[in-house]
Ligand binder design. Structure first.
Ligand code: PMT
Length: 220
């Protein structure tokens, strides 16, 4: 039988929304369900890859035949990705990573005393940008969740983060992006025109993203 295109290749995929703690019972989070990342993990597995799925908390169950690493924060996700990065062939950042986190994490539950409460936030590590700086053979795929100027912002991220591909979701479409089972994306790559994919189930989108990467890597 013919060998699968990602046989013997390690693929790292991040999924879900990170949580940044304020205190022992509260956090700053986002609406990512993990569906896009888990669909990518299944698609990569079905192409023969050794899949490492680094996931923030979701309601999804672990796909079979995949190594699942559970994390909570952007810093933990960053650490888990770095630990696997060196030997990876493809890295896909489908997670919605918090850009900011509370500067202080309260050890005890914050009490309701003052009339107003001001939170001071600091930037989290930009995982994709760091990978872009340190990449060798790795093919890097980032996502961009945009509501306007999609092409301009996606092109900007492609260059700034030194990615091989940016998958832009039009999150202004209510059947695309966060917490739905379908998506509508445009694929951006250096030296290639944008590729518009029609609205489809996230599993279909995932297979198409990987097919494009396999073609770019000349693994087919
Ligand atoms: O999980 P679902 O409900 O299925 O929804 C899927 C999704 C909308 C979350 C997904 O398709 C998606 O778009 N993920 C990225 C969302 C996002 O945070 O986009 P961004 O434009 O803020 O970030 C750009 C890229 O940098 C992303 O690949 C992100 O993972 C990465 N990033 C962002 C911040 C940070 N500190 N480190 C990062 O690596």
């Amino acid at each position: 039988p013919q060998q699968l295109p990602l046989q013997g290749k390690k693929v790292i995929i991040t999924a879900g929304g990170t949580r940044e703690r304020l205190d022992p019972v509260r956090f700053i989070g986002n609406d990512s369900s993990g569906k896009m990342g888990y669909a990518l993990a299944e698609a990569a597995r079905d192409l023969g890859a050794e899949v490492i799925l680094i996931s923030a908390k979701t309601n999804l169950s672990a796909p079979t035949g995949i190594m699942l690493i559970s994390v909570e924060t952007a810093a933990q996700m960053s650490q888990a990705v770095q630990a696997q990065f060196k030997t990876a062939a493809i890295v896909i950042m489908a997670a919605a990573v918090s850009d900011y986190r509370p500067k202080q994490v309260a050890k005890e539950k914050i009490k309701k005393t003052a009339v107003t409460l001001t939170l001071e936030l600091e930037k989290t590590p930009d995982i994709l940008a760091t990978l872009g700086q340190n990449k060798q053979q790795q093919y890097l795929i980032g996502f961009a969740a945009e509501t306007q100027n999609i092409a301009e912002y996606a092109q900007g991220k492609l260059t700034a983060k030194k990615a091989n591909m940016i998958v832009a979701n039009d999150v202004s479409n209510r059947n695309a992006g966060f917490n739905v089972s379908t998506n509508k994306v445009t694929i951006f790559r250096p030296n290639q025109g944008p590729l518009d994919l029609p609205l489809a189930d996230k599993h279909v989108i995932a297979r198409e993203i990987l097919a494009q990467a396999v073609e770019d890597l000349k693994l087919n």
